[in-house]
Design a protein. Sequence first.
Lengths: 347, 128
Amino acid sequence: MNKNYMVSLIAVIVLFLIAYVGAAQGTGLQMVFGIIFPYLAILLFIVGFVRKVMGWARSPVPFQITTTCGQQKSMPWIKQAKIDNPSCTGGVVARMALEIFCLRSLFRNTRMKLKSGPHLTYQLEIFLWVAALAFHYAFFAVVVRHLRFFTEPIPCFVTLIENLDSFMRAEVIYDAIQVGVPGIYMSGLILLAAVTYLFLRRIFLPQVRYISQAADYFPLFLIMGIALSGIFMRYFSKVDVVSIKELIMGLVTFQPTIPEGISALFFAHLFLVCVLLMYFPNSKLMHFGGIFLSPTRNMAGNTREVRHVNPWNYPVKVHTYEEYEDDFRDKMIEAGLPVTKMPEEQA
Amino acid sequence: MKDKKIILVGVAIFVVVVTFPFWYNLGRSAPAPEVVLTPKAQAAEVCVMPTEFMKADHMKLLDVWRHDVVRNGNRIFVNPDGKAFEMSLSNTCLDCHSNTTEFCDRCHDYASVRPYCWDCHIENPKGE
Ligand code: HEC
Ligand code: HEC
Ligand code: HEC
């Protein structure tokens, strides 16, 4: 047992219970969890996010950072790694796109192992990348799908994602459970599986456990809680979807209402999402904004080609060698020192 | 600095995307759809199961019905009040709710669900 993840787990369970028990008390607390917290959360999310990014934008960047993974542009006969070490904007855009859409840095994940004697080997450890990719794309699909509750009429890209997401049909019927109508969305299950893997990885790999803190476990548990409660509502306990949409549409059209008959589980689900949004700008989750500003990825590695001057350099007064020689030429010649320019009359 | 301008553009895009639901629905209000009951349903007063249950769980009920009919060959459903119904989508549900466009579809359009049942089952058995 490890106090870092126990604390996070307990925090998420307590948050869930607060909303679950609270919303069961009646309309008063349902207004708190269904209207006040959502507005507060979206406000804190946007303001916090923008402040954080603008804070980064204000940070000084005194020099070009060239931590790269390939050969910089050099002599014509030396092959340049055009994407790993770009010398122009096009290359930088390609490198950033690969990073943002394919999480390329995670693909480089390697694991060190001692193999047969004192030979250290590095192996490709691909599962972090696979799980992270699955996680982020599934999360994206889930968010887009949820727009069906936030829009009326529902835009076509939402229905498109819904259709793609539910193309796999599976039906399970036993006495106790029934799953399959409404159709199964893959993204929710993939999201849960990936986030579970990302959590287990932190527990079972000693090196990763060593560097994991409560701030790493908390968002994982939070997302797990959101996914579990969502899956439970869709496939098992069933909720009144139409009233829920009425509530959400009330929020986004600034005419908030609390319709009758919404189950407390929904309020708990919504509250966990609100907590995620409020927590977001103050946490490691800001890598969402940060990835665009990662200095080792978004600058061209052209330090040999272009002189990068620190923008706030004080204009230093320099005294060049030529000026120095002009000042002391006579004395230098007298002392027999070589000079680059002979005085006129001696020439 | 020129980077700051690019970052500002990025932040502006972020804010526009995140507030999408607010400006997309601007000036509109989207109350829950009104479902219309046919005279036959009004006469019956109650659905197969209590209304609360029907609102959230009707697809579950339909799935269980289908399973009972197709797999178990059992066509009669007895509800908790002891009333018996034939387990049939078109002959039972759409007998009372023959106005699918004003009943089933209104909710389904609002919630963006497109049941595939009508690929095979008749949506409008009474031809109204
Ligand atoms: C109160 C609004 C409402 C009414 C009226 C209604 N439905 Fe639904 N129905 C829903 C909602 C909401 C869902 C989707 C639930 C979800 O997405 O989790 C749904 C889902 C379904 C599904 C599963 C769809 C899928 O995803 O495969 C079927 C089948 C279905 N309804 C049949 C009917 C029939 C038949 C009628 C008319 C007799 C009807 N419904 C009337 C709200 C309604
Ligand atoms: C005997 C006639 C009858 C049959 C058969 C019937 N219903 Fe109903 N249904 C009603 C009545 C009446 C109501 C309205 C109850 C109320 O207002 O409390 C209703 C309400 C509903 C609602 C809730 C609508 C809302 O938002 O108020 C749904 C969903 C629904 N029925 C679906 C079905 C489905 C699916 C079937 C087939 C399994 C079915 N009904 C069969 C009469 C019937
Ligand atoms: C591929 C075609 C097909 C699709 C799609 C389909 N069904 Fe059926 N369904 C059948 C057939 C065939 C039967 C058997 C009819 C019988 O024996 O009376 C049946 C029977 C049923 C029955 C019981 C008998 C009756 O008269 O209704 C129910 C209830 C039912 N289906 C519900 C559904 C629901 C709900 C959906 C959508 C989620 C659906 N079905 C989609 C073909 C289909």
